[in-house]
Design a protein around this ligand. Sequence first.
Ligand code: ADP
Ligand code: MG
Length: 748
Amino acid sequence: LVPPSSAAVPPEALSTEPQGKADEPGQSAELENTSPANDEPIVDAADAESSSEELDESQRRERLLVPVQYLKGVGPKRAELLEKLGLRTARDLVFNFPRSYERIEPATPLDDLVEGQAATVLAEIQFIEQRKTRRGLDQLIVQAKVDTRRIKAMWFNQKYLAKKVFQGMRALFSGVPKFDGNRWIFMNPKLIPLRDDEPIPAGRILPVYSLTQGLHQRHLRTATQSVLGDCVPLIAEVLPPRIREQAGLVGIEQALRAVHLPESDEQLEQGRRRLVFQELLVLQLALAMRRRKLHTECRAPALPVDSVIDARIVRLFPFELTEDQRRCIDEISRDMGQTVPMNRLLQGDVGAGKTAVAFYAMLLAVAHQYQAAIMAPTEILAQQHAKNLRRLLAHSKVQVGLLTGGMSERERKVIHQGLADGSIQLVVGTQALIQQSIEFQQLGLVVVDEQHKFGVKQRAQLRAAGIDPHYLVMTATPIPRTMTMTAFGDLDVSTLRKGPPSRRTVHTYRGELEKRDAWWDFFRKKLDEGRQGYVITPLVEESEAVNSVSVKQVFEELTNGPLANYRVGLLHGRMTNDEKNAAMLDFTSGETQVLVSTIVVEVGVDVPNATLMTIESGERFGLSQLHQLRGRVSRGKHPGYVCVFAETTPENPVERLEAFASTTDGFELAEVDFRLRGPGDLLGTRQSGLPPLRIADLRRDGDIVEQARQLARELLEADPELAAPDVDLLRRQVLTRYAAVIELGDVG
Ligand code: ADP
Ligand code: MG
């Protein structure tokens, strides 16, 4: 056994790997945001912050682009592993930011240890034993002295560690101790060797990088640290002093050092903030440039509102619009009055009354002799929209076309013809149907219901002869502002916060197994009072999931059990359209009292008499889905009751269900979901076409998003082309990283 080599190896180099999931073999690389940092402008001779050496551009470039293979402690084999992480050059390492940090806590005296509580102990290794367990695992047992007492540490399958420990080694043992009645035992502690003369490194912060199989944390730490000294001073500063001052940011050199080798939390925070700010500023500049481009290059018909049109539309609604609806309508009609195509998201909780707002916008288009289309996510919903529109327009000449999958080719042709010659003004359908190269006489507005995204291609299909329709996208899944400002391409947002007064309270319960019978008693009592109810299950076939109950199984159980004497219908995604419609119709008319259904009922269905809902396998639904489901039973004049039965697992922590049961504010829930699960499918960066963020975390960096956005707008306001010499590097970074985004003219 050889003692650790001297100064060149950082003391943490021998620490065992953290147990985190991403460090498991083959796990981390693809999942992590490790795209190579090859779009940082390297230098600009003019702006070169003079470093100690005088290097010309090509020398700097050469030094930054030196292949990792030639770096200290790397070599060809490790270089291959680094390549898997997208790390090819010295510069790549500089921009490969840690995904987290670990801290070395100060050592605790043995007398202060508490069983089960993580602690760090300073000890000197006395005995080392290696053996095979009965199950064939390599076991390493170390006995170490703390003053006059002894502790024991054990590791499994850490061959690498076995080679590094030696008798007399001073080290920190960090882990969760157990007392066996005699001695403290550490299972799989992190081992941090100390040189003899080294003071105990209290409170050190170590970077944790994403790994790939065969590559250890210490490899990356060593390689990265070896380039910091040489390379960091060569990285060009893209943020000129005026921007750094305004935003209170440290310089690039200091920032890069701080994130890779922080000396204090404060330093780390400053460094990180600087890098996050830069990343978000570049993104916001790109989005702002695109917005400007959209404003100059795309044209939509101006469809302004005036008091006569407004009165004619408002008269049609059977209710008075709420203040919130009014405000959203104003925002929308202001947009529609411009020749810049509206690109607006209307968000509002389930039942908040988005449909009325959308219908208003559609009728505004009609008032100007333009057509409008609304796309629904399901056929059931399309039918509902068509029905409601026709009812609204019963006494007018406006024609509403409905396009559904169940229609014959001939029926569809009739609608297509009407849209082409302008005899049909409004059309409702599912996305697939409306996108099918329909020819419109004059399309002024497209509304997309319950959909976050409406891609570039779809838009192109609806664009006719250089005229863009206005776009309104509706969602009941509140999208955190941070997201609408970034991943959603900086959409304009209108929000319905308060629903119409007719909405009822919904009581939500977390179902516990013991209370199942009591819940069904209650459910039956309400049915007997004349109410109706849903039973929601996640899946259709038993075979699709091991743990969760299938809709058919639930149906069988209920009709043979708690609901034996009631009229129960079934609705799921595998049924034909006719079957679905029939099931829905039976439920709407009250023919069936209970509808056992999969998530197809999630969106928009409106049966005011249905006030009960049982949700099975609730752990399979996202918070926002649960919340949307709950919205189904808040529509009538009776209060709603929801009971969700769910298994809680680490991925589905109790917090989620508790949050669900404790608040009916969809925005609050969205924030909880965002916090617990991250942006998840909301982000959909792949869909949005944005390259992934490398260091910014939208969950925690929301305030920086705001600042960066504000600054981006100010900068472009003063200097639309970013032509000032001191932002030349910044402009180049925006263009290299986001050229595609700016070109597309659309992300949302
Ligand atoms: P969502 O936002 O989920 O699409 P809807 O537009 O379907 O909500 O509205 C939910 C219910 O509230 C519908 O039955 C609708 O008729 C009713 N509603 C909408 N606006 C008002 C209003 N201003 N006053 C009273 N009821 C309203
Ligand atoms: Mg709706």
